[in-house]
Design a protein around this ligand. Structure first.
Ligand code: B12
Length: 363
């Protein structure tokens, strides 16, 4: 028997079995594996379920992401694995239903930022809070801010837990955070979008927690209700926005992408032979690049953009696309945005960070 009180419960064997089931689209074995992992933990069922949700399923899902990025899993396998993990979460929570404590600690809303489809992390947060005795309204993926606020008014929930995985959703997250604070509801933000150590959450005036267990601990301490009027216009939280660089990049996004596409075609010969579908994918990639540039301007952090560009270079390399094709794109944007010093600085830093193997040499 294993116990979770004060000791680490090994999940290594279950982890291998779950991975095997996920990559073979084997839902039945995946569910059996997570159920067995829970029953192998001695003691409180709710604590055991939490342990397996966060110690087995969450890391398996993150591994799915890494394997997809390395081109070891197809998009279809990644989708199947996500669906299976969602089913595993549901199976465990159902199995713990009889042991769930009556909700006695208050009411919390868990939601993803508008435009954010990564719902599984938010689902994990919701279930862990329920297991710890909170009443939880789980609103799922991409919740428009006005509907989130309307729900807070209607439900009287005391806290919002806001999830976002994509840094490019940060400006939208800021609006949501500000809207919740304005009506006196504290916000705990979480997810990869909020940066290492949650630095962007703090910048946007939200509390932050690294995972569902840390969020539950934070809520248990009691969060101070913000004073009405605590929310301010974005320019007051982020004074650099007054230079209008973010606004201009957002406003001219379509034109920036169009011109960058033309410049990449000129600067990267291989692209001239692309069929229509590949050109569309390239345009999508460029749109992501401009979206991340805008976000880096929003939070005034060149590192956000550099991290994204080097990540994109890795994704391209793993698929046999030379990351050099990013250089003409960055140069095009730098040229188009020559009058915007912060944008030029961010693009220059990313260009420098992009380690491009010389032609004919191994990476
Ligand atoms: C599954 C998945 C999807 C699924 C999501 C389905 C679903 N139901 O969730 C789908 C297919 C929809 C998808 C779409 C996209 N995805 Co995706 N996706 C993933 C993947 C593989 C797993 C996400 C996940 O569940 N992770 C596991 C969870 C448990 O980990 P976590 O998110 O870090 O969460 C932990 C903490 O951060 C924290 N936490 C999270 N939220 C919160 C909230 C609160 C309040 C608190 C306290 C804590 C907290 O708790 C969790 C642990 O307990 C990731 C890869 C990865 N490594 O995460 C990519 C990933 C996030 N996706 C990515 C991308 C690019 C996309 C797309 C843009 C792809 C495309 N071109 O269309 C779209 C964007 C869609 C959108 N607008 O949101 C990139 C983002 C890269 C970047 N630099 O921004 C990633 C990292 C892919 C990768 N391998 O590199 N994706």
């Amino acid at each position: 028997m294993t116990t979770i009180s004060g000791e680490t419960v090994g999940l290594a064997e279950s982890s291998d079995r779950l991975w095997d089931a996920l990559i073979h689209c084997d839902e039945t074995h995946a569910v059996a594996t997570v159920r067995t992992a829970v029953s192998a933990v001695d003691g409180d069922v709710c604590a055991a379920v939490e342990h397996v949700l966060l110690g087995l399923i969450a890391p398996a899902q993150a591994r799915v992401g890494r394997a997809w990025a390395a081109n070891e899993l197809t998009v279809a396998q990644e989708h199947a694995a996500t669906a299976i993990n969602e089913r595993c979460v549901a199976a465990l929570v159902d199995a713990a239903a009889d042991a769930l404590p009556a909700p006695s600690r208050g009411r919390a809303v868990v939601a993803c930022v508008d435009g954010e489809w990564h719902a599984l992390p938010a689902r994990l947060v919701a279930e862990v809070l329920r297991l710890r005795g909170w009443r939880v309204d789980y609103l799922g993926a991409q919740v428009p801010t006005d509907h989130l606020v309307a729900h807070l008014h209607a439900s009287g929930a005391e806290t919002v837990l806001l999830s976002s995985s994509l840094p490019s959703r940060l400006p939208t997250a800021h609006s949501a955070i500000s809207a919740c604070l304005a009506i006196g509801v504290p916000v705990v933000a979480g997810g990869a979008a909020f940066g290492p150590g949650g630095r962007y959450a703090r910048l946007l005036k939200a509390r932050w927690a690294g995972d569902a267990a840390a969020a539950a601990d934070l809520l248990a301490q009691g969060l101070e209700r913000p004073r009405p009027g605590a929310a301010r216009l974005p320019d007051l939280d982020l004074p650099h926005l007054t230079d209008q660089e973010y606004t201009m990049v957002r406003r001219t996004r379509t034109q920036l992408v169009k011109q960058a596409l033309a410049d990449v075609e000129n600067g990267f010969a291989a692209m001239r032979s692309y069929d229509e579908r590949r050109r569309e994918r390239t345009a999508e990639d460029l749109d992501h690049i401009v979206g991340f540039l805008a976000t880096a301007l929003y939070v005034d952090d060149a590192e956000l953009f550099t991290t994204f560009v080097t990540w994109t270079a890795g994704i391209l390399s793993a698929r046999g696309v030379p990351p050099q094709c990013l250089l003409p794109a960055l140069d095009s944007l730098r040229h188009q945005l020559g009058d915007f010093p912060r944008a030029v600085g961010i693009l220059t830093a990313a260009r420098r960070a992009l380690v491009v193997p010389r032609p004919g040499r191994a990476a």
